[in-house]
Design a protein around this ligand. Structure first.
Ligand SMILES: [Fe+2]
Ligand SMILES: [Fe+2]
Length: 392
């Protein structure tokens, strides 16, 4: 309350910067485990405070993992081998299999790039911002560009993370499978980039929170943290986001593109849960396991609260409403609520399957409202067909 009163006395843009800094500090203060806070701190400084993802054309991230060079050449993980065969058989070509001759007009109300209620921009009236129909369509167009831009940045992270874990894993079948994922992620990067560049003609910079998670897992030397971060957490987030956008767009090229990508991502999460279940149950000490439990919870929280289109806010609404008001508007929008529940419906059963939802962390998940998602199908039980069946 006192803080709100103090903030009220600060003029618009300065107030927004103070609010953004306070938000970032509060993220770091909320970290429950000192070990997790220490391991994430350098990435948080680079992403949230120095905003490296925003101020440079490229960023150097120093990798420090061990490469596992296998000399036994045994085929050692039949389930991964089966995923590898499936991945080889299901490779697609983003140039050949998608119809790039499709005319895309994101402002055409006949074929909406996203349904008009995706984000209910008439709700901005509450904050004194009145948009006409055309302005609302433009606002939704911006949000779609923002989502797809974050997908593109995430895919670049996935490309490097999958290359790193291919080096690190000890199973030969895992390395073979990893090679197919590297190809998949390259193709995903290609199609999102091409769609943004040639059809929507607008991209947004990387979200600071996404930058922190990617920086953290690419620079962590522990391969299983890379796996947990990329294959379980970010892929889980991506699956929820891809499906939400797929079900909210009528634009046929985008719908088709997302459907292809979703089928690949289903295999990626499956690979992640197979590897981590094996590793967490056999190789880690109790203290190492606890650290993974905490890390997963902190990243889940980051994902729940922190992907709110701030880049769109800064571009269009910064002088018109406060950052807090924007957060409130985004958090209560039905599309974002559906996205979050789809994301956690996929993610939480996977964390359960790999053994990270222990009684010790139950209270954390309960207070974050995430414990209710337990008990659903995990990635080893879900086929690509199951995921496609969720699409409309
Ligand atoms: Fe991907
Ligand atoms: Fe992936």
């Amino acid at each position: 309350m006192l803080l709100n009163k103090m903030l009220d006395g600060i003029p618009g843009p300065a107030r927004n910067r103070v609010e953004a800094t306070l938000e970032n500090v509060s993220v770091m203060m909320q970290l429950k485990s000192p070990k997790v806070a220490a391991s994430m701190a350098p990435s948080a400084v680079r992403g949230l405070f120095m905003r490296q993802g925003k101020h440079h054309d490229s960023v150097k991230m120093t990798a420090s993992h061990d490469v596992h060079f296998d000399l036994k050449y045994g085929l050692d993980f039949p389930e991964m081998n089966e995923l590898y065969r499936r991945a080889v058989a299901n490779q697609w070509d983003g140039d050949r299999d998608l119809d790039w001759s499709t005319q895309v007009d994101p402002m055409n109300p006949e074929i909406p790039i996203v349904n008009a209620d995706f984000l209910p921009f008439e709700g901005l009236r509450e904050y004194g911002i009145k948009l006409n129909k055309k302005e609302m369509a433009a606002a939704n167009y911006n949000m779609v560009c923002w989502f797809l831009s974050q997908f593109m940045h995430g895919e670049q992270g996935a490309l490097y993370a999958s290359a790193q874990v291919t080096e690190c894993v000890k199973w030969m079948d895992g390395k073979l499978y990893g090679a197919t994922q590297v190809m998949d992620e390259g193709r995903h990067l290609e199609v999102f980039l091409r769609y943004l560049d040639t059809k929507l003609e607008k991209t947004y910079q990387i979200n600071d929170n996404l930058f922190v998670i990617i920086d953290d897992l690419l620079t962590d030397s522990r391969w299983d943290i890379k796996f947990l971060g990329m294959q379980i957490m970010i892929e889980g987030l991506a699956l929820g986001a891809f499906s939400t956008l797929h079900n909210n767009t009528q634009e046929p090229l985008l719908k088709n593109l997302l459907r292809y990508v979703i089928q690949d991502e289903a295999r990626h999460v499956h690979y992640g849960v197979l590897a981590l279940r094996e590793h967490f149950s056999k190789e880690l000490t109790a203290a190492e396991k606890r650290e993974r439990e905490d890390w997963a919870f902190e990243v889940a929280l980051l994902m729940r609260n922190r992907f709110m289109g701030h880049e769109v806010y800064e571009e269009n609404y910064e002088g018109l409403m406060t950052r807090r008001q924007w957060n409130e508007f985004i958090l209560k929008s039905p599309a974002m609520q559906r996205f979050r529940s789809l994301m956690f419906k996929r993610l939480i059963p996977n964390l359960e399957y790999i053994g990270l939802l222990t009684p010790r962390v139950k209270g954390y998940y309960e207070s974050a409202g995430l414990w209710q998602f337990r008990g659903g199908k995990n990635a080893s039980q879900l086929t690509e067909a199951d995921l496609v069946a969720d699409l409309v």
